[in-house]
Design a protein around this ligand. Structure first.
Ligand code: PMV
Length: 328
């Protein structure tokens, strides 16, 4: 059995909305930082029929819903369709084992880690010399943001056309470029009601979606520049604008998608107060859930961690920049 490991990433320019739903072709570019933890381990082998087992963080076997099983089987099918389009024919099926150390559905991008781990393991099993770009396409076919965890460090996901292979990830800078941490505060562990797959399909119902899509190229360029120059102030302003803009689109779509909670807003307000009182290099961002990610520099880390630990009702993860999906 081939084993791969992968992790979530945190988006600084958010991917929300597709130009093609079944192929998960994004409506716009996005950018993220790959995290080093918590991880998901994926084992894969050839088999006559598709089967899979999934395990909880405590090692107990997890009962997957028919929908979850179907999504993974569909991912294998889509990867095979893509491989066919680049001249690689796959015969037979696979068996999978997934060990996750990520609490499910808390806006911590467990799907990004799972699907990039599956794509990485599958590419090694096939042993066809697939490129990193091709593996990022295969990851995207399970979950758009998974594409970005193909690489470590700071990663963009670009869209170049309407074909199945026309959106993939590119590394902006590797994991040694800038020592940032992501202190993650999870206010509650309730499963979210609307997953991002369904959410993407609603994005275009917001009257603010078109404006968002036309603003992204400038923001993406500013974000890349801020990363390359290690300009935290710029990174903070552009990523916070983009996160709040994505949530504005979500909250004005039909039906309304409300991922942020009163706790999220309280934490944001307190972090803003803390950073101006103590001149800290810390920024906040949220994906599709109430979880708050506090990205900070080494100088700000002690203060940010102390604040996070004072939030006794939150689950806290302390993460750094990671290397991306890889074979064990
Ligand atoms: O990869 P998906 O389909 O789970 O979508 C991810 C969406 C966000 O996490 C909200 C934003 C992003 O770019 O990661």
């Amino acid at each position: 059995m081939i084993r791969a490991v992968s992790t979530p990433n945190i988006a600084l320019i958010k991917y929300w909305g597709n130009r093609n739903e079944p192929f998960r072709l994004p409506a716009a570019d996005s950018l993220s930082m790959t995290l080093d933890t918590p991880n998901v381990e994926v084992g894969i082998d050839f088999a006559d029929t598709f089967s899979m087992q999934s395990f909880n963080p405590d090692g107990t076997e997890k009962n997957l819903s028919t929908q979850q099983m179907y999504r993974i089987e569909e991912h294998i099918g889509l990867m095979n369709t893509y491989l066919g389009s680049i001249g690689i024919r796959v015969k037979g099926n696979v068996t999978l084992q997934i060990h996750s150390h990520i609490p499910a559905s808390v806006g911590l991008a467990s799907s990004a880690a799972v699907f990039s781990g599956i794509a990485r393991a599958y590419s090694a099993l096939l042993d066809e010399g697939l490129t990193e770009q091709e593996i990022s396409v295969m990851s995207r076919l399970g979950s758009g943001s998974a594409s970005r965890t193909t690489y470590g460090g700071f990663v963009s996901m670009i869209v170049t056309g309407d074909g199945i292979g026309d959106s993939y990830a590119e590394q902006i800078a590797d994991e040694d470029h800038w020592k940032l941490s992501d202190i993650i505060l999870i206010p509650n562990r309730d499963e979210k009601k609307v997953g991002s797959t369904e959410g993407h399909a609603l994005a275009s119902t917001s009257p603010y979606f078109k404006q968002r899509i036309s603003d992204i190229p400038t923001r993406q360029a500013e974000c890349i520049n801020a990363i390359l120059k290690k300009d935290f102030e710029k990174l903070q302003s552009v990523s916070e604008i983009d996160a709040l803009d994505m949530h504005h689109v979500m909250e004005t779509s039909t039906p309304v998608l409300q991922y942020l909670s009163a706790e999220t807003h309280r934490i944001i307000d307190e972090v803003k107060a803390l950073r101006s009182a103590k001149h800290l290099e810390v920024l906040f961002t949220m994906d599709a859930g109430p979880t708050v990610h506090l990205l900070c520099t080494e100088d700000a880390k002690t203060e940010v961690l102390a604040y996070a630990k004072s939030q006794t009702q939150c689950t806290i993860f302390e993460t750094q920049i990671g290397p991306g999906s890889h074979i064990l």
